[in-house]
Design a binder for this molecule. Sequence first.
Ligand SMILES: Nc1ncnc2c1ncn2[C@@H]1O[C@H](COP(=O)(O)OP(=O)(O)OP(=O)(O)O)[C@@H](O)[C@H]1O
Length: 264
Amino acid sequence: MRLSGACRLTQSKRDNSSVARSDRNSASAIVVEGLRVRRGKADVLRGLTVSVPRGQVVGLLGPSGSGKTTLLRCVVGVQKVAAGSVTVLGQPAGSAPLRRRVGYVTQASSVYDDLTVRENLRYFARVLGAPASDVDRVIDETGLGDQAAQLTGSLSGGQRNRVSLAAALLGAPELLVLDEPTVGLDPVLRSELWGLFHRLAHAGTSLFVSSHVMDEAARCDRLMLLRDGEVIADDTPEGLLQSTGAPDAEAAFLSVIRQREAKR
Ligand SMILES: Nc1ncnc2c1ncn2[C@@H]1O[C@H](COP(=O)(O)OP(=O)(O)OP(=O)(O)O)[C@@H](O)[C@H]1O
């Protein structure tokens, strides 16, 4: 796993890895089976079985506390699991062969405040063994050109989050796990970031992106709606609107909840 900030480990180059060759043909980037997680005294995930296809932007949507971060933590292998399995790029979640193949951006920025944006990214590129040219690429991709020489500690919250995202893009990981990456961004930047996610997916990267903002649903190739630790819908945005007859994702979410409650 490649954390977006300081905590990263090195691993042999992915293109030379027999592991990468062995799972190249699998259609799923992530396969979750019967996943149960307890946090504190509560069952936070209650036996999830879902998969995330490769080369798509899959949105994980749900209200605050529904278990989105917990599921993402399971995918990157930092969450204690009570039962079930999580397989990522053909390997058990969190296993050593995945360390350079998965990029993870947490909700909290995890870059160094006392380094400039460029210094942070140069540092992380060296730690990862990513080419030096990656630094300019990721600065450009995340729209941080004007802030490149600025101390990271002096940036706004949204800008700092983009530095974390830029760090996660170094080395071009095959899977990006992003926990609410567009929080605090103005609509223009939000739209630009979604554009970037789709360009990455078009080039073959798989993205699993959480959000509690329902208007981001339409921007995803596929949606998972999470509520109280259960996936209550897993479909394309168009499929979800069609099956519920709802005009937008928020109304579709409500419709799915009502249908489930009516069945109980
Ligand atoms: N460290 C913890 N110890 C105990 N319970 C926790 C812990 N972290 C989270 N929880 C609980 O697990 C549940 C799911 O939390 P989680 O952070 O996964 O939700 P979320 O959907 O990501 O929420 P948000 O959108 O607010 O980030 C919540 O009820 C939360 O209170």
